[in-house]
Ligand binder design. Sequence first.
Ligand code: 5GP
Length: 193
Amino acid sequence: MNFLEERIMKDGVVKEGNILKVDSFLNHQMDVKLFKQMGEEFKRRFAGKNINKIITIEASGIGIACIVAECFDVPVVFAKKSQSVNIDGDVYSAEVESFTHKCKNQVLISKKFVGPEDHVLIIDDFLANGCALQGLISIVNQAGGTVEGIGIAVEKGFQQGGQIIRNLGYQLESLAIVDGMNAADGSINFREE
Ligand code: 5GP
């Protein structure tokens, strides 16, 4: 088991409805030293890629993305969620369905902060059905930028997102891939790399 899998076993809680709660260290209270380790691991996995920007989505991706951005020594931009369909022309936008909140949001990034010169590493805390990632990929493509890779903390391998994104040809690196979990006994099975 790697450092993140060990931490999930120690402090993660399996909830009904295929939800893994990691709010004591990842997406509510945040263990910044753990994020630093994650950033260094992404730096190793994406070595040789010419990355000049990190992009994530609010809210829970932001903490991790900031620390990863420091490891890569590049700026970080987060996509904002907006319930409004009335979006003005100075932004790139995409529609994203939230897995946890079961609602649709427009996500948007100002045209000032992403463009054709950008070689982007997308970072997020979770990958489930892949809607959030597809929205971010769409925004980078609209801007004429290049997605160099995608770094995820926890991929739920029993949902379809990972396969969809890998089939699109992107380098997707998930630090922990959960292939199964059980709320009744709290067990979690990780994919062996
Ligand atoms: P997707 O768009 O891939 O279906 O879902 C990704 C988003 O849903 C993540 O950004 C994360 O906020 C949320 N999410 C999906 N599954 C889980 C989960 O099991 N636990 C938590 N805490 N968040 C999740």
